[in-house]
Design a protein around this ligand. Structure first.
Ligand SMILES: Cc1ncc(COP(=O)(O)O)c(C=O)c1O
Length: 442
């Protein structure tokens, strides 16, 4: 076991714990007092009488499938986000697949997407029998490196799928400029970015269509669920067919039960939509609280040696859906594998009660479905187009990020307060300032 060769940083001021003993500088992983006492961080989402009222009213009416709450949820979400149309779905992935297919991406077409995201930001392209083409990320924003999009365009490119990762919008002026120049469609994966803005406009209003997710961790949680949004009537109609068995009429119209195209069953149900509607009444205030809490955490963490904080470029309003931090191994004097240092430090921060975690440990091109090209069998969809190269070595920035990041969601969510965020920040600082206590094999 090798001790970490350290560049020492300033020691924290010792503090007394409940028993009056000063042991806050001894890491909790070694038996010291936890920086974040049990019960400090509230769970997500907050459930109030509003949620109970909406959900009970849904239970007490008789249409539990695509019921009245589904229709109202679509209207309310479209109004909240500034879209002409919305379709409520049973997941964000369903909404993404609808978007890719409704934008006309099909067999063997190429769709440009970031190399670092949730798997379904790229597998939704495979679902349409199209081929993802990955672009490396920009280290500062963690979003797709806009400067590399043009060199990924080929005569087979049909669309750009942008992911507004962790609550930070992509520079949509730049993306829309490239898309218009090359006559490409733009699908926004806004699954993590409800309420994030670029140049004063909410995500989901720039491209041809967009997808939101409402699963457990999302800023609007309805358990599971999603929303497809667009301002384009033709795209809306295509998306509706994919959403409900290839039919052209919605379940509230008189159906002929005829599959006019290949469709799936991506509809939402009334109970989930009722829960979503209740949470939507607080979404704006949730996001404002997240920003307040993130400011408090940023204030607490600024200046911590070896820690790279999230950025908010001009014209962007971050929601801090996932407050993501990177460790700079060089500054800490670590010469081993960066992920080894990160994992050891993260375990220590978790022992402090901070509720931090690692999000994606693999970049997308390094996931087996892409490496082995094993989607539909018999080489499909790749055999339908030109060869694409998923060598992970082509995405060095995404790999650097993957190996050095950790982050958090719940500690910054309402009803947690800036005070909670500061306590969590102290737990993180404690580990960085006492990193020499960790015995890490290099
Ligand atoms: C960026 C991103 N895209 C897509 C999804 C898929 O959303 P869902 O789980 O609702 O299908 C997620 C969910 O975690 C996500 O984070």
């Amino acid at each position: 076991m090798a001790m970490l060769p350290l560049v020492q940083s300033a020691k924290p001021t010792p503090r007394r714990d409940d028993a009056g003993e000063i042991n806050m500088s001894k890491l909790a992983i070694h038996g010291g007092t936890k920086a974040v006492a049990d019960g400090t961080i509230s769970d997500w989402p907050e459930i109030t009488d509003v949620d109970r009222k909406y959900v009970m009213a849904s239970l007490e009416q008789s249409n539990h499938a695509f019921g009245p709450n589904c229709l109202t949820f679509e209207k309310e979400f479209a109004a909240w986000n500034g879209n002409a149309f919305a379709i409520t779905t049973n997941s964000g992935t369903a909404a993404l697949h609808m978007g890719v297919a409704a934008c006309g991406c099909g067999a063997g077409d190429e769709v440009i997407v970031t190399a670092y995201s949730w798997s379904s930001s790229a597998t939704c392209i495979l679902h349409a029998n199209a081929i993802p083409v990955f672009v490396d990320i920009d280290f500062d924003t963690i979003n797709m490196d806009i400067a590399q999009i043009e060199s990924a365009i080929t005569p087979r490119t049909k669309a750009i799928l942008v992911v507004h990762l962790h609550g930070l919008a992509v520079d949509m002026d730049a993306v829309m400029g490239v898309a218009r120049k090359h006559n490409l469609k733009v699908i926004e994966d806004a699954c993590q970015a409800h309420g994030a803005t670029f140049n004063g406009r909410k995500v989901g209003t720039f491209g041809d269509c967009a997808a939101f997710s409402f699963n457990q961790n999302k800023c609007l949680c309805s358990g599971e669920g999603g929303m497809f949004v667009t301002n384009d009537q033709a795209i809306l109609e295509k998306a509706r067919m994919i959403w409900s068995f290839g039919e052209t009429r919605t379940p509230v119209e008189s159906r002929d039960y005829h599959a006019y195209a290949l469709g799936w069953m991506y509809r939402n149900n009334d109970l989930t939509a009722a829960f979503g509607r209740a949470q939507l009444t607080r979404l704006t205030s949730y996001i404002a609280r997240q920003r307040e809490n993130a400011e408090a955490l940023l204030d607490c963490l600024r200046g911590t040696r070896g820690l790279i904080l999230p950025t908010e470029p001009p014209l962007h309003e971050h929601t801090y859906y996932n407050f993501t931090i990177r460790i700079d191994p060089e500054v800490l004097g670590w010469r081993g594998a960066p992920a080894k240092l990160r994992d050891a430090m993260m375990k220590a921060m978790q022992a402090e009660g901070t509720q931090v975690g690692v999000w994606q440990q693999f970049i997308l091109p390094d996931m087996t479905v892409f490496k082995a090209k094993n989607a539909f069998g018999k080489g499909s969809p790749w055999c339908l187009g030109e060869p694409v190269d998923y060598d992970p070595g082509q995405f060095p920035v995404a790999r650097k990020h993957t190996d050095s990041h950790f982050g958090m969601t719940y500690p910054l969510r309402a009803p947690n307060t800036p005070q909670t965020a500061r306590i969590v920040g102290e737990g993180i600082r404690k580990v960085f300032e006492n990193v020499e206590q960790l015995d890490i094999a290099s």
